[in-house]
Design a protein around this ligand. Structure first.
Ligand SMILES: *[C@@H]1O[C@H](CO)[C@@H](O)[C@H](O)[C@H]1NC(C)=O
Ligand SMILES: *[C@@H]1O[C@H](CO)[C@@H](O)[C@H](O)[C@H]1NC(C)=O
Length: 259
């Protein structure tokens, strides 16, 4: 390559960087709706406030790449995924109209932490790179809307009731596929001192869009937590509700049973 061509090539590279840098939002094809099972998250029991909800609660709605990795958090220098996103300091006022539902369905389970901190964390880490980067009410309300749909009622679609009997993770994944038509992602935790994996979260993958509505299979059906044990040993406990008091989003309908 001669000097002139080199110069032209360099100019083209700079131009393309400038153009891509001005993109409105980063290029991601899907969202993950992540719902957590409090009785697993709250092992040991002492880490959570009382009462522990006996229903799945919301973890978040995460812009994700095709391979399942999450879009990294907004950073004005290293990850300018959107332009002038709303700061997490300014999300609470717009959320007032949906505050009651947020507290019920998207609580911060941990002792010593409040709900607002959790929402701000989710906004900074996921909302600011989403299609709703200047619309926190839209982002949180859209997530509530999805979590209320019976299609994403994890207590139903997993196909087994909570119990202390370990299940093959593959069986649960297949039950969900049968019930909703697509593969979910299961997230596992292995509490200290336990020989067993616990079902911590179920994630549904949805095509990017506003509204978010088209379900698809997740690229990976298990997270790294589930893969900590060898494939033949991948059983998971979906434990019964810890507290007798029930709060939060009430499950609707019967638990479907599969034999
Ligand atoms: C939240 O979304 C629901 C649809 O699920 C809609 O009916 C409601 O008006 C929205 N609330 C606000 C405050 O935007
Ligand atoms: C896997 O399960 C088998 C059979 O239950 C058991 O003998 C083995 O020790 C387990 N391996 C690990 C790494 O947990």
């Amino acid at each position: 390559m001669g000097f002139k061509q080199l110069l032209a090539f360099a100019a083209a590279v700079v131009l393309s960087l400038v153009v891509s840098g001005s993109a409105q939002v980063s290029d991601f094809p899907m969202y993950k709706l992540s719902l957590m099972w409090p009785s697993s998250v709250c092992i040991p029991r002492s880490r959570c406030k009382s009462p522990i909800p006996a229903v799945f609660t919301i973890h978040g709605l995460w812009p994700s790449f095709r391979d399942g990795r999450g879009v990294p958090p907004y950073n004005p220098i290293s990850n300018k995924c959107s332009v002038n996103p709303t700061s997490s300091a300014n999300i609470l006022a717009p959320l007032q109209p949906i505050m009651a539902d947020l507290r019920r369905m998207w609580p911060n389970l941990y002792v010593g932490q409040n709900d607002e901190d959790f929402w701000k964390h989710e906004w900074s880490n996921h909302g600011m790179c989403s299609d709703y980067y200047q619309n926190p009410l839209g982002y949180f309300n859209e997530t509530l809307r999805l979590a209320k749909l019976s299609r994403y009622n994890a207590l139903q679609v997993l196909g087994v009731p909570p119990s202390n009997i370990p299940h093959q993770i593959d069986t649960l994944i297949e039950n969900v596929r049968r019930n909703v038509g697509f593969f979910p992602e299961i997230s596992c935790s292995k509490p200290q001192g336990s020989d067993y994996l616990y079902l911590k979260e179920i994630r549904f993958c949805l095509k990017r869009g506003t509204p978010v509505s088209v379900l698809q299979s997740c690229p990976d059906q298990m997270d790294a937590g589930c893969k900590k044990v060898p494939p033949l040993n991948r059983t998971v406990i979906f434990p019964p509700a810890t507290d007798s008091t029930i709060s939060g989003l009430k499950a609707t309908g019967e638990v479907l049973a599969f034999t």
